[in-house]
Write a protein that binds this ligand. Structure first.
Ligand SMILES: NC(=O)c1ccc[n+]([C@@H]2O[C@H](COP(=O)([O-])OP(=O)(O)OC[C@H]3O[C@@H](n4cnc5c(N)ncnc54)[C@H](OP(=O)(O)O)[C@@H]3O)[C@@H](O)[C@H]2O)c1
Length: 310
């Protein structure tokens, strides 16, 4: 990948896509190709294939997808599987037809079996049943990995798949029905502070351990994989360490300036006790996370405040 290469970022207005866009620009890549959803609906096969045939990008970053938290995944199960499958099929097949040799597909750590050994290695894919609440989304992401793998095997392309852990950061989604744990807790804690609440109630026991990665660290990993032209395959991208939900809530309370205490609603489910990715493959390539949780939450909160005030 050189500075003149034509790079298409699908989903450049999303959290990951916008981080890729910012970082590629900062690194001096000038030939960035983007389209909003209004300009190009990625579920429209004819439009996507025509766009790729006409524009002929050299590299494709696939950061467009239907994304959401547990509630959205569990409620809009058909939309999650249909939209993700069709977006992946349209872009990957269209890219291959347009002669794109290098593409990066973004999956998710939920592709791994619900109860697999920790930390989770890439090779655990398809070794056990998935978590039920987001199974349709996970199946669509597994299909994306298999699309990349199959085009590589049959046609000799070099399409690589990245499995990020839970992400948060600039341009996150704060819609309460659609958000993940970090934005949901930031919003809830902020509102609790404004109301002057004495207690912040968090779902579950607070004991499950989860891993959180600031989105700029993920973008750096994706760009490195594209620049280095490493052999294709699946790459986990995570923080390398995890925290309990209680520790996450306390970090957010500190950053937001909430003075009360935290309590846990144990009538609500905890989910799997631990979910941590093994990131040895990325470490071997020289990448590791650099933004710690307190620093990342501070940046995410400033972004939340800037948006909330607009
Ligand atoms: N967020 C996480 O914690 C997380 C964790 C692991 C993996 N990932 C993966 O990372 C990728 C990016 O996620 P994200 O958090 O950046 O999601 P996001 O903020 O919701 O961004 C998704 C982007 O895709 C675009 N998009 C969706 N459907 C489209 C369509 N039919 N036509 C055109 N554009 C469409 C959206 O456009 P609009 O702006 O118009 O809606 C948005 O810009 C996804 O593949 C996701 O699975 C995310």
């Amino acid at each position: 990948m050189n500075k003149e290469s034509k790079l298409y970022i699908a989903g450049h207005r999303g959290m990951v896509g916008s981080a890729l866009y910012r970082q590629l620009l900062a690194k001096g890549y000038r030939n960035l190709l983007v389209r909003s959803r209004q300009e190009l609906d990625l579920t429209d096969q004819r439009a996507v294939h025509e766009f790729l045939r006409e524009e002929k990008p050299d590299y494709v970053f696939m950061a467009a997808a239907r994304v959401g938290g547990i509630y959205a995944n569990n409620t809009f199960r058909a939309d999650f599987i249909y939209e993700n499958l069709i977006i992946e099929a349209n872009i990957i097949h269209g890219a291959w037809k347009a002669g794109v040799n290098r593409l990066l597909f973004l999956g998710s750590s939920c592709i791994y079996p619900r109860d697999c050994p920790q930390p989770i290695k890439e090779e655990y894919l398809l070794t056990g049943p998935l978590e039920q609440t987001n199974e349709p989304y996970a199946i669509s992401k597994i299909a994306g990995i298999k699309l990349c793998e199959s085009y590589n095997r049959q046609y000799g392309s070099s399409y690589v798949s990245v499995m990020p852990t839970n992400l948060y950061g600039q341009n996150d989604t704060y819609d309460p029905l659609d958000s993940h744990v970090v934005p949901a807790l930031i919003q809830k804690t902020h509102e609790a502070r404004l109301r002057g609440d004495k207690t912040l109630v968090v779902w579950g026991t607070g004991k499950p351990r989860r891993e959180f990665l600031y989105v700029d660290d993920l973008a750096r990993a994706c760009i490195l994989l594209m620049e280095k032209m490493v052999p294709d395959g699946v790459f986990n991208v995570g923080a390398g360490s995890d925290v309990t939900i209680q520790e996450l809530a306390e970090t957010i309370m500190e950053v937001v300036g909430f003075q009360g205490t935290v309590s846990f609603d144990v009538s609500k489910p905890d989910g799997t006790p631990r979910k941590l990715l093994d990131v040895s493959k990325m470490k071997e390539l020289g990448w590791e996370a650099t933004i710690g949780l307190p620093e990342g939450i501070e940046m995410a909160y400033q972004d939340f405040l800037a948006k909330a005030c607009n």
